[in-house]
Design a protein around this ligand. Structure first.
Ligand code: FAD
Length: 413
C-alpha cells in the first residue's frame, strides 16, 4: 500500500474498539498513518474488571491496560483530547484543542455513556454514582470504603456485579428494579439462579416498584424513597440503568443515527470512508438491526473495519457472546435470547453448574452457561458453524457434551 500523500486513518475513541482497530490495521499490513484520539486521560483499558475485581482491589490499574504491540509504523495515540466535530465533506476531524486531522478513513468508536437520573430526582445530592470509566470506578472504590449501606438502582449486569462486590465487602445492599432483574438480557431461569445467589449473600431486592426521590442530609444522600413511600437507607447509590450510544458527532455531521450510528455489515456509515464500530454502532444483521454492548462485538467490528480499510477480506460475524462474574458464578451467554421459544436444561459434567440451551423450532439460538465453560465453548463452536444439536441429545445427560457436538457436526457434514 502506498503511503505517499496518504492521510491514513483517524480513530475517534481510544476504548476497546478504537484500540483494537489500530492494532488490527497494523496486523493487516496497513502502513499509512493511524491516529487514535481519546478524551479519557488514561491509555486504552478494559472496562469489564471495573465492576468486578478492580473494585475489590484484586486488580491494579496497570493490569487493565489493553495490550499488544503493533508492528509497522508507530500509532499516534492522543489521550485526553476530545473530538469536537467532524466534517465528512472535507474529510476533517477537529479536536477541542483546535487541532485538525485529515483522514482517508475515519472510524467512530465513541462507545456509550452511562444513563443518568434526571437532576430533579437526584437533587444535587452527593453519593449518587454511575460506573462507566476508570475515573468512575476510582471514585466508587473510595465511596465504598466509607459506605455502610448501598442502594443499587437497576438490576442489569453492572448493577448486579456492583451489588456482588458491595455485598462481598460486607455492605448492606438493596437492589431496586422496576421490572425483574436481568430482565432484558438473560432468561428467567438464569435470572432466578443469579437472584438466589445474591439473596444467599444477603442482598435484598425490591422489584416491580419505582424509585420516586432521595432523602439527604447536608447535601449527601441518606435514603431512596419509593413511590409507595417506603424508605431504603443508603449512603451510597449506584445508578445502573443502562447506557446511551455516544452519537452526537455523527448526528451533527449529518450521518444516519437511530439508537446509535447506523452502519452496514462492514461497519460503514452513510458517509463515504466513515465507519462506526463497537457500542456506538447499530449494525445491519440478518435483515434487521442490532446494537450490542460487549467486548466481543467491539473487537469483531474493529477487526472487520480494519480489514476493509486495509483492503483485506473481511471475517464473517461470529455468534455474539458475553460474560458476567458475580460472586463465584460465571455466566456466559452465546447467541441472542430474544429469538428463543424452547429451553433445554443440562447439568455441567463436573456437577457444579448447568447450561440452558435455547431453541427456536429446531434451531439453536442461544446458550446460557452458569459455571459450565465446557457447554459454553461447545455451544460457541456449534453456533459459529450454524450447527444445532438435536434437543433430545442435549437433554440426555448420559451423553457427554463432546459426543453431542460430534453427533451434531456429523449429521450436518
Ligand atoms: P468504550 O470502551 O466506551 O470506548 C469509547 C471511548 O471513546 C471512551 O473512552 C470515550 O470516552 C471515547 N470518546 C467518546 N466520544 C469521544 C470524542 N468526541 N472524542 C474523543 N474520545 C471520545 N462487556 C463484556 O463483554 N463483558 C463484561 O463483563 C463487561 N463488563 C463491563 C463492565 C463495565 C463496568 C462496563 C462499563 C462495561 C462492561 N462491558 C462488558 C462492556 C464493554 O466494556 C464495552 O462493550 C466495550 O468497552 C465497548 O468498547 P467501545 O470501544 O465501543 O466503547
Amino acid at each position: 500500500m502506498s503511503t505517499a500523500m496518504s492521510h491514513g486513518t483517524v480513530i475517534v475513541g481510544a476504548g476497546q474498539a478504537g484500540h483494537t482497530t489500530a492494532m488490527q490495521l497494523r496486523a493487516a499490513g496497513y502502513e499509512a498513518p493511524v491516529t487514535v484520539i481519546g478524551d479519557e486521560p488514561a491509555a486504552p483499558y478494559q472496562r469489564p474488571p471495573l465492576s468486578k475485581r478492580y473494585l475489590l482491589r484484586e486488580v491494579q490499574p496497570e493490569h487493565l491496560a489493553l495490550g499488544g504491540r503493533a508492528r509497522g509504523p508507530q500509532i499516534d495515540l492522543r489521550t485526553g483530547e476530545r473530538v469536537a466535530r467532524i466534517d465528512v465533506d472535507r474529510r476533517l476531524v477537529v479536536s477541542d484543542a483546535g487541532t485538525s486531522f485529515r483522514y482517508d478513513h475515519l472510524v467512530l468508536a465513541t462507545g456509550t455513556r452511562a444513563r443518568r437520573l434526571p437532576e430533579a430526582l437526584v437533587g444535587g445530592l452527593a453519593g449518587v454514582h454511575v460506573l462507566r470509566t476508570l475515573a468512575d470506578a476510582d471514585t466508587l472504590a473510595g465511596a465504598l470504603d466509607d459506605a455502610k449501606s448501598v442502594l443499587v438502582l437497576g438490576g442489569g449486569f453492572i448493577g448486579l456485579e456492583f451489588a456482588a462486590v458491595a455485598a462481598r465487602l460486607g455492605r448492606r445492599v438493596t437492589v431496586v428494579e422496576r421490572n425483574r432483574v436481568l430482565g432484558r438480557v438473560v432468561s428467567e431461569q438464569a435470572a432466578e439462579h443469579i437472584r438466589s445467589v445474591h439473596l444467599g449473600n444477603g442482598v435484598e431486592f425490591v422489584e416491580g416498584r419505582e424509585l420516586a426521590s432521595f432523602d439527604g442530609v447536608d447535601g449527601r444522600v441518606t435514603a431512596g424513597v419509593m413511590t409507595d413511600g417506603t424508605r431504603i437507607e443508603a449512603d451510597l447509590v449506584l445508578v445502573g440503568i443502562g447506557a446511551e450510544p455516544v452519537a452526537e458527532l455523527a448526528a451533527d455531521a449529518g450521518l444516519d443515527v437511530d439508537n446509535g450510528i447506523t452502519v452496514d455489515e462492514l461497519g460503514r456509515t452513510s458517509a463515504p470512508g466513515v465507519y462506526a464500530i463497537g457500542d456506538c454502532a447499530n449494525f445491519a444483521w440478518r435483515g434487521g438491526r442490532r446494537r450490542l454492548e460487549s467486548v466481543q462485538n467491539a473487537e469483531f467490528m474493529a477487526k472487520a473495519a480494519a480489514a476493509h480499510i486495509a483492503g483485506r477480506e473481511t471475517p464473517p460475524r461470529p455468534a455474539p457472546w458475553f460474560w458476567s462474574d458475580q460472586y463465584d458464578v460465571k455466566l456466559q451467554i452465546v447467541g441472542l435470547l430474544d429469538e428463543s421459544d424452547t429451553v433445554v436444561t443440562r447439568k455441567a459434567e463436573d456437577g457444579n453448574g448447568f447450561s440452558l440451551w435455547h431453541y427456536r423450532g429446531d434451531d439453536l439460538v442461544a446458550v446460557e452457561a452458569l459455571n459450565d465453560p465446557g457447554a459454553f465453548l461447545t455451544a460457541r463452536r456449534l453456533m459459529d458453524r450454524g450447527v444445532s444439536p438435536a434437543q433430545h441429545t442435549v437433554a440426555d445427560e448420559s451423553l457427554g457434551i463432546r459426543d453431542i457436538a460430534a453427533q451434531a457436526l456429523e449429521a450436518t457434514s
